[in-house]
Design a protein around this ligand. Structure first.
Ligand code: HAM
Length: 412
């Protein structure tokens, strides 16, 4: 878990507000769910998944409840849907921290942030297209170019189940050539064997049955429409039959945004898909759903790698320098801030030289200087800090806000 300080924390917030602008412009409403839930809520993500088996921060609270810090948003959103029953389609977005007990490395943390959208109550393939397109567009808006959209359909529940049986049989028959780790995965979750990056498994995986052989007409048509919709929007993608995702609730559409710069185990900048049975498994009515989560930590690493969406230093309009005791600085900063200007000042009765140094460091466009002679004459000095300091002007104290505003406008 990490401390996120300036200017990174500011970039973090800018990322979330850029996301907010995009998804709110597409009629998604911001919602907040609790940071922890009954552990059972997350168990629906899949008893056979690492997220549930190994990575949950699960504990008993003082009241004896079995709780877990959220490892993701989707199960919480579905739980909220079951309890609140909002009208459908329910289109929501979220942002915040999630927790998984994973081995920390570049792009993998135990506390990490996601931005996320979910749509509950529609299985229209054009919803899938809208969701995928928003994720794609967001990464483009940040400036990322080395992103590949991987797309798959896992078929409907029964088709997926048949496929899992076929994989189990196939890999079972070749268990002696599988790596030890994959043999263990096979016993728990045959689909995840497809995720193995071990070189020895590659050949076997390449020759494994593919999910497409198991699609019925309905899921084939759904997938066709999703692909046609993406084509219509000119969003490039690659159909990746081995894309199974790490959570168990997916049916039909599944997708991932793979970054081009992180190690392959951490290169998913985000992913999502359909989870049409999840609401029902949490005690609600049959309700289709689809969404994605993007990993903020990873996206920012990718931005650094690609040299886009750089951190910016905070900008101030003015920095107030008062060598008369500090009360005048109190009055001036208050006036400036009330007028909507961004203003800083020095405390602790520092020398003129020390105050000027702070002003320079602050990145402010102007210093407003008040010494004893200015105070007595009812004046103040406005001195530009980013260009020739000799062009400073002396203004009437009463006109300070308007003079400064004019100076700022002529600067920009
Ligand atoms: P996920 O693939 O588990 O999906 O996570 C989505 C993204 O969160 C990943 O692609 C990655 O960028 C980021 N992420 C996950 N774990 C970590 C970690 N330990 N450190 C840093 N980043 C991480 C979900 O969470 C699903 N809830 C997505 C979804 C929404 N499906 C439907 N709706």
């Amino acid at each position: 878990m990490r401390d996120i300080l300036a200017p990174e924390a500011d970039r973090w917030r800018r990322l979330v507000s850029t996301f907010a602008g995009l998804v709110e412009g597409a009629a998604y409403q911001f919602v907040m769910t609790p940071l922890m839930e009954d552990a059972e809520v997350f168990a629906r993500v899949g008893e056979a998944t690492d997220v549930v088996q190994k990575e949950m921060y699960r504990f008993t609270d003082n009241g004896g409840r079995d709780l877990a810090l959220r490892p993701e948003f989707t199960a919480s959103v579905c739980r909220a849907f079951v309890e609140q029953r909002p009208p459908t389609p329910w289109k929501v977005w979220m942002a915040g921290s999630n927790f998984r007990y994973e081995r920390p490395q570049r792009g993998r943390f135990r506390q990490f942030d996601q931005v996320d959208i979910e749509v509950l109550g529609s299985d229209d393939p054009y919803v899938d297209v809208e969701v995928i397109a928003l994720g794609w567009r967001f990464l483009r808006v940040l400036g990322l170019r080395r992103v590949e959209l991987l797309l798959n359909s896992l078929g409907e529940v029964a088709e997926r189940a048949h496929y899992v049986d076929a994989l189990s049989e196939y890999f079972g028959a070749h268990a002696d050539t599988l790596s030890e780790a994959s043999r263990q995965t096979l016993a728990r979750n045959p689909l995840r064997v497809l995720d193995s990056k071990r070189p020895g498994d590659a050949e076997l995986i390449a020759a494994a049955p593919t999910i497409a052989e198991f699609y019925g007409p309905r899921s084939a048509a759904h997938f066709d429409t999703v692909r046609a919709g993406l084509d219509q929007l000119a969003i490039p993608y690659r159909v990746a039959p081995g894309l199974v995702r790490g959570l168990d609730y997916y049916v039909r559409t599944a997708f991932e945004f793979a970054g081009g710069t992180l190690d392959s185990a951490q290169n998913a900048l985000g992913g999502g898909g359909r989870y049409d049975g999840l609401v029902e498994s949490l005690g609600g009515p049959p309700t289709p759903g689809i969404g994605f989560a993007l990993g903020v930590d990873r996206i920012l690493i990718a931005c650094d790698d690609e040299g886009v969406f750089a951190p910016t230093e905070p900008e101030l309009d003015a920095y107030v320098i008062d060598t008369t005791g500090g009360a005048e600085a109190l009055a001036i900063t208050e006036e400036l801030r009330q007028a909507g200007l961004r203003a800083g000042r020095v405390f602790d009765g520092r020398s003129m030289k020390a105050q000027m140094k702070s002003a320079d460091r602050s990145g402010a466009a102007f210093a407003v200087i008040v010494g004893t002679s200015e105070l007595d004459a009812g004046q103040a000095v406005i001195r530009p800090l980013r260009r020739d300091e000799r062009s400073q002007s002396v203004v009437a104290r009463l006109d300070l806000v308007s003079s400064l505003t004019t100076a700022i406008e002529s600067e920009s």
